[in-house]
Write a new protein. Sequence first.
Length: 155
Amino acid sequence: MRRCVHGERLRHLSCGPRHQGAGPARMSASLVRATVRAVSKRKLQATRAALTLTPSAVNKIKQLLKDKPEHVGVKVGVRTRGCNGLSYTLEYTKTKGDSDEEVVQDGVRVFIEKKAQLTLLGTEMDYVEDKLSSEFVFNNPKLGSAFLHLYPKFH
């Protein structure tokens, strides 16, 4: 037995051999303890939105959805490809998926697939038009000025 910083005893857990015909691993320690502490009943709120939309992005999404009344919003996903390994996908959606994160801003609903939630945390979605192109741009502070491909599935 070893002593912790505060003088509490600490038992080590060890497992027996798994692949030597001894069957499943067995715990040599007979007791494992955990501490549960009560906390005040306060409502936890996110300090940062999963995704924020610029007014330009909100207006463009509203314009796109006006032609698709059967859809409730757009869904953002991520797939691995492109020069830095990340590509965002954007498509219409009729329902919220079970594991989707929902962002509602200025009457627009954007759903984020589970795989994309961590990579999009704190990202700003913008819509930019110039003489040569128009596109949604994701300004991600975690990736800096990384080049991100967008593969929209709008039909």
